[in-house]
Design a binder for this molecule. Structure first.
Ligand code: ATP
Length: 305
């Protein structure tokens, strides 16, 4: 049975933070092996797709999002996602696409990956092609290391180069965060290059975050001391003012603060929604924008069609 083509489909996908980001020495293919604990938080991009006879892409950034560096042509990861999905089903990649962007660009929160995951799910529905989960995750991994997690959401252990994801405990325990974005993004490849210069002795396999994973469903104090990011020193070297942001978070009473992924966004763990709002007030002016968000939240999901 084939159903009628929807007039539009909107899929929402979350930003990620890494509660633990262990990075190893680069592999022969140039990628770094990762052992990471992903955590999806409630800052989202929405991808809306409509039927069309050709391809078009538009961006609607939130007022605080600087989207000047987001390509609108073939380099946009959403176009690459559409091309892969269309190729799998032997059909043209035709759609009118709008990305409503609330996830800071080049912020270490995998906004592009969220868009790619949302686009796969939205176009699958628009085109009525009923892609299997196995194929969706395979295409996601081809698009980028963080894309499978953006499909999955929740809390997950990421291995390989981050693309092999497995759900872990704590999915039903809400954590509260303050998110401080920076005025200017950091390029992920440049942070990894700097990591290689700082850590020429990095082992081939990063240490596994056993303790953090064991405590993921425990009271917040149990995980506060276990947040860890191997890329943090590299990000702080490239952007020394982030040290001030981390110190300000500590002064404002956060339980812990780390650079998110490759930065420059900093995230602060809080004990409750009220505590997060207090810490956010104390951090007012520390970065481009100060947001509160909770996690873990769902991966790419349909919100309207
Ligand atoms: P990651 O940590 O996953 O590398 P990030 O969160 O630091 O990513 P993104 O916002 O995903 O950074 O964007 C990284 C770069 O990808 C941007 O500077 C931009 O040039 C390019 N890009 C391509 N498509 C998109 C998209 N849909 N949204 C954002 N950036 C995109």
């Amino acid at each position: 049975m084939t159903s009628a083509t929807p007039a539009s489909v909107t899929v929402r996908a979350p930003a990620k933070i890494n509660l633990h980001l262990g990075v190893g020495a680069p592999r022969a293919d140039g990628f770094h092996p990762l052992l990471t604990v992903y955590h999806a938080i409630g800052i989202y991009d929405d991808v809306t797709v409509r039927p069309a006879d050709s391809w078009s892409l538009a961006l609607e950034p939130a007022p605080y999002v600087d989207a000047a560096d987001v390509p609108l042509g073939d380099d946009n990861i959403v176009f690459r996602a559409a091309t892969l999905l269309a190729g799998l089903h032997g059909r043209p990649a035709h759609a009118e696409v709008v990305i409503r962007k609330d996830i800071p660009v080049a912020g270490g929160m995998a906004g592009g990956s969220a868009d790619a995951a949302a686009a796969l799910v939205a176009l699958d529905r628009l085109w009525g092609v009923e892609t299997s989960d196995e194929d969706l995750f395979r295409l996601a991994a081809e698009l980028g290391s963080d894309v499978p997690f953006a499909l999955m959401g929740g809390n997950a252990l990421g291995t390989g180069r981050g693309e092999v994801v497995e759900s872990v405990r704590g999915g039903d325990v809400t954590r509260w965060w303050v998110v401080v974005t920076a005025h200017e993004g950091l390029s992920t490849p440049s942070v990894y290059r700097h990591f290689d210069a700082l850590r020429p002795d990095a082992s081939a396999q990063p240490a596994p975050p056993h303790r953090l994973v064991a405590f993921l469903a425990d009271p917040v104090e149990a995980i506060a001391g276990l947040l860890h990011n191997d890329l943090q020193d590299a990000a702080l070297d490239l952007r020394p003012e982030l040290r001030d942001v981390l110190a300000a978070g500590e002064r404002a009473g956060a339980l812990a603060g780390i650079v998110s992924g490759s930065g420059p966004t900093c995230v602060f763990l809080c004990g409750s929604g009220d505590h997060a709002r207090e810490v956010a007030a104390g951090l007012d002016g520390a970065g481009e924008v100060v947001l509160t968000a909770n996690g873990p939240v769902a991966g790419a999901h349909l919100v309207d069609y």
